[in-house]
Design a binder for this molecule. Structure first.
Ligand code: ATP
Length: 269
């Protein structure tokens, strides 16, 4: 059996990979209504493999709901195409099997299991129950590779519940890597992290985004400026602006609604 490589082949860049046939996520006319309230309103979004896209905007702009809609957590209309496959309207587990993985604002790991067991379970998500129960003597190469990428090689036996806040988020990302997710939708991954953890997370995002389709919901504009290769700004459920960090910061509409003229967020956590 060949093991798919998880290691990136370069740095993320705006517009994604420029060679080969990159994978893509193409969102068209995505809308989500909660009892008549349009939380996501006709959103179009194109993200190509190798890009590190940040989704920003004021509180209540619809950022998390876009991710919820793509991953099947809330009903939506429109279309979400992952490299030729329509994923909108499928069940949550089907979307995950099609390689679309997401994290939540609060890391959802199995607190009473070790780091290794968490990754093992994620890696076995596609295996049958008998194979899952069989004790394996060796570490799955995909798990080993994910451990290296998320920097938790030294913590394999630690219970996930006692990990530092940042490490839990990294473990959750590792769980997506071993599931072979090639679309990563990460909801505020640095919320509550220390300065050091933020930097390490930024570098982790760079490593994983180079070979995947990555969308990060974020409020921290310093972090966005440092790590985004492209940005989409949402406001009141609609795409307000899109482009490089410099382009969206210079956009008068974005300054009025979200960033002050200094580029510091006017709203948000
Ligand atoms: N399940 C729900 N039922 C009803 N309204 C909802 C539901 N989920 C979200 N909303 C509303 O939809 C709008 C968009 O919410 P969403 O959480 O997507 O915004 P956001 O941009 O992620 O905000 P934040 O930055 O504060 O996390 C908000 O007005 C919110 O109150």
């Amino acid at each position: 059996m060949t093991t798919p490589t998880l290691l990136p082949d370069g740095e993320p860049r705006a517009g994604g990979l420029r060679h080969g046939r990159p994978k893509y996520l193409e969102v068209r006319g995505l809308s989500v209504s909660f009892d008549g309230f349009l939380a996501v309103d006709n959103v179009n979004l194109d993200v190509v493999q190798g890009d590190l896209r940040f989704l920003i905007g004021p509180n209540g702009a619809g950022k998390t709901t876009v991710i919820d809609a793509i991953t099947g957590l809330v009903p939506a209309t429109g279309s979400v195409n992952h490299t030729g496959t329509e994923i909108l309207g499928r069940k949550v587990h089907q979307v995950a099997r099609l390689g679309v993985g997401r994290t939540f604002q609060t890391a959802s790991v199995f607190e009473n299991l070790s780091v290794l067991q968490n990754l093992d379970i994620a890696a076995g998500a596609g295996r049958g129950p008998l194979r899952m129960l069989r004790r394996r003597k060796t570490v799955d190469p995909a798990v080993e590779e994910a451990l290296e990428i998320i920097g938790l090689e030294g913590a394999t036996g630690k219970m996930a519940g006692i990990l530092a806040h940042g490490q839990k988020q990294w473990l959750e990302i590792g769980m997506l890597l071993v599931q072979n997710s090639d679309v990563l939708l990460l909801d505020e991954p640095i919320a509550g992290m220390s300065q050091d953890e933020r930097g390490e997370t930024g570098e982790l995002l760079r490593r994983i985004a180079a070979s995947r389709i990555t969308v990060v919901v974020e409020h921290d504009m310093d972090f966005v400026r440092e790590y985004a290769t492209s940005v989409t700004v949402l406001a009141a459920g609609k795409v307000l602006s899109e482009g490089s960090v410099a382009q969206v910061q210079a956009d008068k509409k974005v300054q009025d609604v979200y960033l002050g003229s200094s580029g510091v967020e006017a709203a948000g956590a």
